[in-house]
Ligand binder design. Structure first.
Ligand SMILES: Nc1nc2c(c(=O)[nH]1)N[C@H]1C(S)=C(S)[C@@H](COP(=O)(O)O)O[C@H]1N2
Ligand SMILES: [Mo]
Length: 250
């Protein structure tokens, strides 16, 4: 018999077994009670308030440490998927009136800029190939082209507007809408996108113009932008209202 072996009497053994079982039972009871308590809490934007508090606190910390020098990993063109998944068709039901389509940029109440695709395409063009991630659990390397939002801001003199903390984007029919912190909007990889795989965006991927914002999950990449507005308060956000994280950063 080696020296480390200890002999336990049957009585001790039974006692230990009972104690372990009681500890396990107490753990189970506390998990169930905790879960039930959570369900009884008032809701805040689709999720129990304590969970919302944790989500918001996480978002606050991540925003504080956000750096526009920190780039999302990019890939060579050859790795971009030729077939891009279509996910989420809210706000895409009506075909946009292509000939008369104009992006609306609400500088302030009653002061809206109307910008054509031709004007947008005349701005410096850039590309990003990155791993597009959806909160549903899938991801896909994809290739997008357009103009940096920060270049767009420069061109249209929206510096004062982006000093407010948030940008709100909505589809022309207002069915889908997102709110995004301006640190993320002004990140160099954030683009107003009009091309996918070097060709104009297909309708279901957001023709004629969508947001591509690699520092965020897919839910924030609004397809078919109708209006852009600015605010010091969180603009309404479709999935936030249904319980998801407002920040949704990566
Ligand atoms: N207008 C609009 N934009 C949207 C959505 C939507 O339902 N409607 N879904 C979002 C979600 S959840 C994801 S994952 C991406 C998917 O982009 P894709 O269809 O180009 O792959 O679009 C986002 N933008
Ligand atoms: Mo998504």
């Amino acid at each position: 018999m080696d020296e480390k072996t200890t002999i336990v009497s049957e009585k001790q053994f039974r006692k230990k077994t009972i104690i372990s079982f009681l500890v396990f039972l107490a753990f189970l009871v506390s998990v169930v009670a905790g879960w039930q308590w959570l369900q009884r809490q008032p809701k805040d934007s689709g999720t129990p308030k304590p969970l919302r508090t944790v989500l918001d606190a996480n978002g606050f910390v991540f925003l504080h440490f956000f750096s526009k020098e920190k780039f999302t990993k990019t890939y060579p063109k050859s790795m971009a998927s030729p077939v891009v998944r279509v996910n989420g068709k809210l706000g895409l039901n009506t075909d946009p009136d292509t000939a008369n389509w104009k992006l609306q940029v609400i500088r302030s109440a009653g002061d809206t800029l109307f910008i054509t695709m031709q004007e947008i395409k005349s701005l410096p063009r850039t590309e990003v190939i990155f791993d597009f991630k959806c909160i549903e659990g899938w991801s896909q390397v994809s290739h997008w082209g357009g103009v940096r939002f920060s270049d767009f801001v420069k061109k249209y003199g929206l510096h004062e507007q982006v000093k407010l903390q948030f940008t709100g984007l909505a589809t022309p029919d207002k069915e889908y809408y997102v709110g995004i912190d301006n640190k993320s909007m002004m990140h160099p990889q954030t683009i107003l996108c009009y091309e996918m795989n070097g060709k104009p965006l297909p309708s279901d991927n957001g023709y004629p113009l969508r947001l591509i914002i690699p520092v965020k999950y897919g839910i924030k990449h609004l397809k078919r932008i109708g209006t852009i507005s600015f605010s010091s308060q969180r603009p309404p956000d479709y999935w936030y209202e249904r319980g998801y994280d407002y920040y949704s950063g990566l």
